[in-house]
Design a protein around this ligand. Sequence first.
Ligand code: GLU
Length: 291
Amino acid sequence: MPRYFFRHPKTRDTTNTLPTTRFAPSPTGLLHLGHAFAALFARQAGTRFLLRFEDIDPSRCHPEFEDAMREDLAWLGLAWEEPVRRQSEHLDDYQAALARLEADGFLYPCFCTRKEIEREIAQIGNAPHGPEGPLYPGTCRTLSTDERAERLASGTGHALRLDIARARAATGPLFWVDREKGPLPAEPAILGDVILARKDIATSYHLAVTVDDALQGVTLVTRGEDLLESTHIHRLLQALLDLPVPAWHHHRLITDSEGRRLAKRDRALTLRALREGGRSPASIRKELGFA
Ligand code: GLU
């Protein structure tokens, strides 16, 4: 018997309700114009608007950036519902979801190091690639039960991967709806057997985001189009965990004058720097296309 049961809210009928949206930054630095666009986009698309700090990686996230983000968002004229969800305070929720997936046979422990995976891929030669590079070659999926038990017993660190083929076989074909692109078939194999719990952190982006959006009642997920591939995985996870299915709207990314997407290196474009340089919130909203 699984140790935890994952309790989930009843599937909501969202056909006639106004959307709940969220802005979900990781507190790893100051917000820049790209974040401002994402936050304003979510605010405009939603009736209820939530803020969530995706702070599962303690080596990269710092509470002082949360304070700075709150301050910058408020300066921009945004208001959100309290309390703000901090992922680091909800590890039990992710654990419960993992326990359910594990009990249903959709996870396997992966002991591979990054180097081992690279070596294995080089040996395969023509390894399948996804949008983020070569896919995990499935080395640990095919370990024998004895081998697996031995390695677990020896305490070798391991991640937990989602067995995509097995999961897809269980759910059958799935679809999801993007507000702009229309209904799309879910193609979770595009990212391979993704990690759902890292060796060092007992969850992952994919798992935490999917569980949180369901538990927080988010009905319209807005985010940058760089995360479009992830949605295929999230849709599969919703089916495996019986979670309500939101709609999505993947929006364009704000780029610098050379067409590169904004990142932490663009210090001049942080809201903080713009504010200190005398820019008004109204002029930033206008530049980004919001009234
Ligand atoms: N935390 C993610 C980011 O900062 C966004 C999460 C999401 O919208 O799914 O890019």
